[in-house]
Design a protein around this ligand. Structure first.
Ligand code: SAH
Ligand code: SF4
Ligand code: F3S
Length: 468
């Protein structure tokens, strides 16, 4: 099979690098070191994109600040997954009118998933004249050129044309964390779950080459990174577009076999494509964290079908069983949607019973939010909002009790953790399963894998002390 995904050509990338140098020189000639503020909404994919945005900006001479106030450049990286997220973005971009008034040289760009929807980018363009530039996720790599247009040519910049997407290798990155790194292994999504906007705004699935991913991981390990998270909307279909014979299980095995002391995690998996082979690979590689985020969305087969998820409850439970048989301590987390159009009380109870059966460590819970243009948004939805809120609260109560019980069961156990930072006076750490532990200890422990004994637990986190 031939590779379908176009790569951005080295010439195109070189041109962007040259423009970056020009912009850097332009600022230098004015004796100014410009600062940029990058505001990120949404998922890890967007966090990873913002690291590339910072990388591109650094090449253009920018330093960074953590507030829009006084910044020479503000970039808002948006999320379109739910209506609420989109509303917040409109509110916050609107408020930038004031920071720009106080700092008239300020330039404002809006990018990310919301800008992948033509109706939304059009509205941003029309209603917010203080916004200087708009680009969709497909056009991120062209940021230097757009900045040039705004800064030096005093024009507006719009790069939102639709495309299936390409891959730009070798873009610079400024990572926010020194211990934990996101590694995007693929982009886009082909699943078209009926409620979801992601495939419309991020284009088709396309995978990076294994050698490019491994080279990035090798570099990160050499720099001292201790935790690598392989990222994609559906990592289990990694490589299908490459036809190279390397699937996700093969890829993560190759990462885990790199020399050095580190952990590798991944997200997100789709139950349709999650394979026994992946569980086998996890079980046989110590460096792969025993944590699996496997969104189930609903416990009812009719709803799963309406959601276009291509698995049923039995298949989902079988996967969980298989994983637990191989790795009794594996930590499962998941995403669930309450109040999908037409969900009945009985169908909702199937979701509750699945949660009680699986007993997840933690759940990310969402009330269904209609996204214009998706099939589910056109489905009849007679359930009143109050009823959906009631279901949501009930689900949370069930899950919170389970999370707390599971955490309390760890009291007295000794677990290996990576100490990753500080929260007030206490150190913070993550277990192999991804649970948060707070503990007393010397700052010098940050960045080390150590054993801790768990002394207390809450719904959300654990308390521990350094094991002797
Ligand atoms: N690619 C990942 C998840 C991406 S979005 C996956 O398929 O698992 C993260 C979560 O947001 C989804 O798992 C889903 O639970 C939720 N979500 C997506 N669209 C939504 C919508 N329209 N309303 C409510 N929740 C939604
Ligand atoms: Fe959305 Fe489904 Fe793709 Fe996840 S797999 S991003 S929920 S369409
Ligand atoms: Fe949001 Fe885009 Fe992620 S819509 S959840 S930022 S892929």
């Amino acid at each position: 099979m031939e590779r379908k995904t176009p790569l951005i050509s080295p010439e195109d990338l070189r041109r962007q690098a040259e423009i970056s140098e020009y912009i850097k020189g332009w600022w230098q000639s004015q004796g100014v070191t410009p600062v940029a503020y990058v505001e990120t909404y949404g998922c890890q994919q967007n966090e990873a994109d913002s690291e590339q945005i910072r990388g591109l900006l650094e090449r253009c001479g920018y330093g960074f600040t953590d507030s829009a106030e006084g910044a020479d450049l503000v970039i808002v990286n948006t999320c379109a997954i739910r209506e609420h997220a989109a509303q917040r973005v409109f509110g916050n971009v609107g408020a930038l009118v004031h920071t720009k008034r106080r700092h008239p040289g300020q330039k404002i760009f809006v990018c990310g998933c919301m800008m992948g929807k033509p109706e939304i980018s059009e509205r941003m363009k029309k209603s917010y004249p203080h916004v200087d530039g708009i680009f969709s996720p497909h056009h991120l790599w062209e940021l230097p050129e757009q900045l040039y247009r705004v800064l030096i040519r005093h024009r507006k910049a719009y790069a939102v044309e639709d495309s299936a997407g390409a891959i730009a290798e070798g873009l610079p990155l400024v990572r926010t964390n020194k211990l934990k790194a996101w590694v995007s292994i693929m982009y886009g999504c082909n699943n078209f779950c009926s409620y979801c906007i992601v495939p419309y705004v991020r284009g088709r699935e396309r995978s990076r080459l294994p050698e490019d991913i491994l080279a990035e991981c090798r570099g990160l390990i050499a720099e001292g990174y201790k935790e690598l998270t392989l990222l994609g909307q559906n990592v289990n279909s990694y490589g299908k577009d490459l036809g190279s014979g390397v699937d996700f299980a093969d890829l993560i095995a190759q990462v885990a076999e790199l020399p050095g002391e580190f952990t590798v995690r991944f997200m997100t998996s789709h139950p349709r494509d999650a394979s026994h082979k992946l569980f086998d690979t996890m079980a046989s590689h110590e460096k792969i964290a025993k944590q699996f985020h496997l969104p189930f969305q609903s416990g009812n087969d009719r709803i799963l079908k309406e959601m276009n998820r291509h698995y049923d409850r039995a298949r989902y439970l079988e996967l969980i069983d298989y994983g637990r048989r191989l790795m009794p301590d594996i930590v499962f987390t998941s995403d669930v949607i309450v109040g999908f159009p037409g969900e009945t009380e009985e169908e909702f109870e199937d979701t509750i019973s699945l949660i009680e059966q699986v007993r997840f460590e933690a759940l990310f819970t969402f009330i269904y939010s209609p996204r214009p243009g998706t099939p589910a948004a056109a489905m009849p939805d007679p359930t009143p909002k109050e009823e959906k809120n009631r279901r949501f609260d009930r689900l949370l109560a069930v899950q919170n009790a389970i999370s707390e019980e599971k955490h309390r069961a760890l009291i007295g156990k000794t677990l290996r953790v990576l100490v990753d930072g500080k929260d007030g006076e206490l150190l913070t750490a993550r277990t192999d399963g991804g649970r948060l532990v707070r503990l007393e200890g010397d700052d010098a422990l940050i960045g080390q894998f150590i054993n801790v004994t768990i002394t207390d637990a809450t719904t959300w986190s654990l308390v521990g002390s350094v094991a002797p």
